[in-house]
Design a protein around this ligand. Structure first.
Ligand code: SF4
Length: 613
């Protein structure tokens, strides 16, 4: 029995580390030229719910010359066992140390998982800093949404991939193999990788600071390095590789269902939303592709639920046709269809009725703000009337529970907007009563998160409300959202504060991360592990102030630490959108055919792709 087998009975959820799941791929180690460990810097249940992991796993393991294995952040109980026995971080498939792989690839979904990256490197026996690693260590690469402001991680990562990975991963692996064949050094390999568009090598750039310590620019330090790195987009999702045999975990995970991505991108243009910018332009899959992929998934996984995923699935042009066909085909087998994101309009209730022919759960809507004025500021094109009409229809159709998502601390917010949240919740409750939902069953849950200014959005210049103000807003709402049938929950404001500092952080925050790691920060996205005092101490030791990053208004003319990363959407457009927000003006989405001039299509030589209804 190996050490891992001995440890597993001692820890919570051994299935997190056991491997051997249905559809997992175990390749002959010596039979391939290149070995990649895909690292998700959070728990297994979170990582295995991530479609991007399944897509890349499918692509790399589909190559005869390569293999990809998975590794997740071990939960603290497992980490303790591993450290006490000197067991290094290992992959699930072959249980080899990740140090033995050629490439260690992290996905960056959330700023609050950065501390786990350092902890995983340490546990793997890999030096934290890129400059300390030589040929015998794997190349540490990273991609995902947080790579659009890569600077806080610049010191730890050898190379970032900006944008969508489906095509770039193959190009990068080919470049890597070529470098290996030519016997290039680590440095030579980085230069070879630079030839692949979308690759950013932070060590080849230098940060220029002004006298007051502000970032002046991030510029190439070596000749031949591009000034700006432009994101990659996959033009045709119909032809893009899609995992028809995803790994099916043995243990329950966050999204425990078959996921079919129906489209990528969103045209709505909510001004706080980073995903809306990063995944532009919208690309819809043909309905036929969706149905074929769903059939493959049902056949190969045994899942009892198909989820049609995207940022805003009710916008998918053939959504009605796809849902009807799937329900007709699979309802008899007891396979449910679900739509994770619905908009507050009548169409959504119709759709929800259709998808929930099999099982009826609660309905979720995200009005985001309590008043129309503020919804216009953030460009959330949904009205209070829409929401109330929709909810009322939902109650009449037999739903008994509704969840409402809001954000507090949005730019220009006042108490009136907070009162609006409480008011809307009260009205929704009243509608439930009117529709005859039994008092014991009627439930309205209000979830509130704090606004975090994100890079590449129209609100990237806006300050986050100071921490005491966020806490006060939460307390104010919690005083108002009381009563039978109402539930109120909110995210830890301290966590959003540190998230905001990193979301707009520069390269100096690397020192904060090292301090945080030394102070024991890990799993910071989990409230039970997050410690604000430890993070404040980490900033203090680095001589930096998180408020400078989170709570400051940035100027339009001020260079931003992520200016050298190009999302395709122009800065002029973001400024225009910010100005329109402050004037309370809304902007239509470009789905209706009226381009609003965000600049992406000409810059990336791409265009929106819509499917037939
Ligand atoms: S350039 Fe125009 S059509 Fe293209 S994504 Fe931007 S707004 Fe839409």
């Amino acid at each position: 029995m190996d050490v891992i087998e001995q440890i597993l009975p001692e820890v919570q959820r051994p299935a997190r580390y056991a491997g051997g799941e249905w559809n997992s791929v175990r390749k002959d180690w010596d039979g391939v030229d290149i070995k990649v460990a895909f690292a998700f810097p959070d728990a297994y249940e979170v990582g295995m719910s991530h479609l991007g992991l399944q897509i890349l796993y499918w692509i790399v393991n589909g190559r005869p010359d390569a293999l990809m294995e998975r590794v997740f952040a071990p939960w603290p109980d497992m980490e303790e066992e591993m450290r006490s026995r000197g067991l290094p971080l290992f992959s699930l498939e072959s249980r080899r140390p990740v140090r033995d792989f050629d490439i260690l690839a992290f996905t960056l979904q959330y700023e609050m998982s950065f501390s786990n990256i350092l902890n995983m490197l340490d546990l793997a026996g890999i030096p934290l800093m890129a400059e300390q690693r030589d040929e015998k260590f794997p190349l540490v690469i990273a991609g995902g949404p947080c790579a659009f402001n890569p600077e806080p991680l610049a010191g730890f990562i050898d190379l970032f991939v900006i944008g969508e990975g489906e095509e770039v991963i193959n190009e990068f692996l080919d470049a890597f193999l070529e470098a290996k064949r030519r016997g290039l050094s680590r440095q030579g390999l980085l230069f070879e990788a630079l030839k692949v568009p979308g690759v950013y090598v932070p060590s080849l750039y230098r940060v220029h600071y002004g006298e007051d310590g502000s970032v002046l620019k991030v510029a190439p330090a070596v000749e031949g390095v591009p000034e700006r790195v432009t994101k990659r987009v996959v033009r045709d999702l119909n032809g893009a590789p899609f995992p028809l045999r995803p790994v099916v975990p043995f243990t329950e995970i966050v999204h425990d269902r078959a996921m079919v991505e129906v489209m990528r991108g969103c045209t709505r243009g909510c001004r706080f939303c980073q995903a809306g910018v990063l995944y532009r332009p919208v690309r819809e899959k043909k309905c036929e592709t969706v149905l074929e992929q769903a059939a493959g998934l049902v056949r190969n996984t045994g899942y009892g639920e198909i989820s049609l995923t995207s940022l805003s699935t009710s916008d998918y042009t053939p959504v009605r046709r796809a849902v009807k066909a799937l329900v007709d085909e699979y309802a008899r087998q007891g396979v449910n269809v679900s739509l994770p994101s619905l908009r507050a309009d009548n169409f959504s209730v119709e759709l929800a009725k259709e998808v929930q022919r099999v099982r009826r759960s609660s309905l979720t809507f995200a009005p985001e703000a309590g008043t129309q004025r503020l919804r216009n500021v953030i460009n959330k094109g949904v009205t209070g009337e829409d929401l109330l009409k929709t909810v009322s229809a939902a109650f009449r159709e037999g739903w008994q529970a509704v969840k409402l998502y809001f954000m507090i601390g949005l730019p220009t917010e006042t108490d009136e907007d907070l009162d609006g949240i409480a008011g809307l919740a009260g009205e929704v409750l009243a509608l439930g009563r009117q529709a005859g939902v039994p008092a014991g069953r009627l439930r309205v849950t209000v979830s509130v998160s704090s606004f975090v200014p994100k890079a590449h959005t129209p609100f990237q210049w806006e300050p986050q409300a100071p921490l005491p103000a966020l806490k006060q807003k939460q307390a104010y709402l919690s005083g108002k959202l009381k009563g039978r049938g109402l539930a109120f929950n909110y995210h830890d404001a301290g966590l959003s504060f540190i998230e905001a500092a990193f979301a707009r952080g520069d390269r100096r925050l690397g020192a904060v991360l090292v301090n945080a790691f030394k102070l024991g920060c890990k799993f910071d996205g989990w409230s039970e592990h997050f410690s604000l005092s430890r993070w404040l101490e980490a900033f203090r030791r680095a001589g930096l102030n998180p408020e400078q990053y989170a709570n400051r208004r940035y100027g339009y003319a001020e260079p931003l630490p992520w200016d050298h990363i190009d999302s395709g959407v122009s800065k002029e457009y973001l400024i225009l959108e910010h100005r329109r927000a402050m004037a309370g003006l809304t902007t239509l989405d470009c789905r209706a055919g009226s381009c609003t001039g965000c600049g992406l299509c000409p810059a990336l030589a791409a265009e929106p792709v819509y499917a037939e209804a």
